[in-house]
Design a protein around this ligand. Sequence first.
Ligand SMILES: C[S@@+](CC[C@H](N)C(=O)[O-])C[C@H]1O[C@@H](n2cnc3c(N)ncnc32)[C@H](O)[C@@H]1O
Length: 217
Amino acid sequence: MFDRIARFYDRMNSVMTAGLHHRWRERAADLAALSPGGRALDVATGTGDLAIELARRVGPEGEIVGADFSEGMLALARDKSAGVRWELANALELPYPDGAFDAATVGFGARNFADLERGLAEMVRVVRPGGRVVILEITTPTRPPLSTFFSLWFDRVVPVLGRLAGEDQAYSYLPRSVRRFPGPAELGALLHRLGLRDVRWILTAGGIIALHSGTVR
Ligand SMILES: C[S@@+](CC[C@H](N)C(=O)[O-])C[C@H]1O[C@@H](n2cnc3c(N)ncnc32)[C@H](O)[C@@H]1O
């Protein structure tokens, strides 16, 4: 599915979020708290925008790896930047040693993990003690009027946009994947259980976007 939607993925993101997705990725990269020369992994990197944002923070001395299991997505990421190491890898079985990175991030990818707990545990495993794990994800707002707008947007408008793009299956999957994803407090508790301390989350865009972060114990 991700190979199929890769060619119009960036455009759909810009239409669906009115361009705000760039700002959310910048905030996620800030939460990774990287220094020049640092090393970070962006899991389920897709077309690579979050990895590129991380690369800006570590500079030429640092190293960023963008990993995804969709070759179609990675091909577009490669065209965007040669300053990131783009690698074909499954988030549920990361091919990196324990503690290899100063931070691991995932943007709009965690809700697609076939096994969420395993994917997040892998991110925690590959980060050194004291390093950061950051998750940027869509979340379901609970209070009106945003909850009403959200239902309308996701259940009616997004599937129509998907149909126009010739990918109705992928864009009817999107609202389903968001709804089955744990809410902010539940995800925070899971991250704590998986070995993070100082777990915090920020809700933005009226409660539609959640940024979770924590430090590896
Ligand atoms: C909605 S896109 C997000 C892409 C990008 N991170 C962003 O911020 O736009 C989800 C990505 O997760 C990837 N993905 C889903 N499950 C994965 C897994 N188990 N291992 C690696 N990549 C995965 C897909 O291939 C796709 O590129």
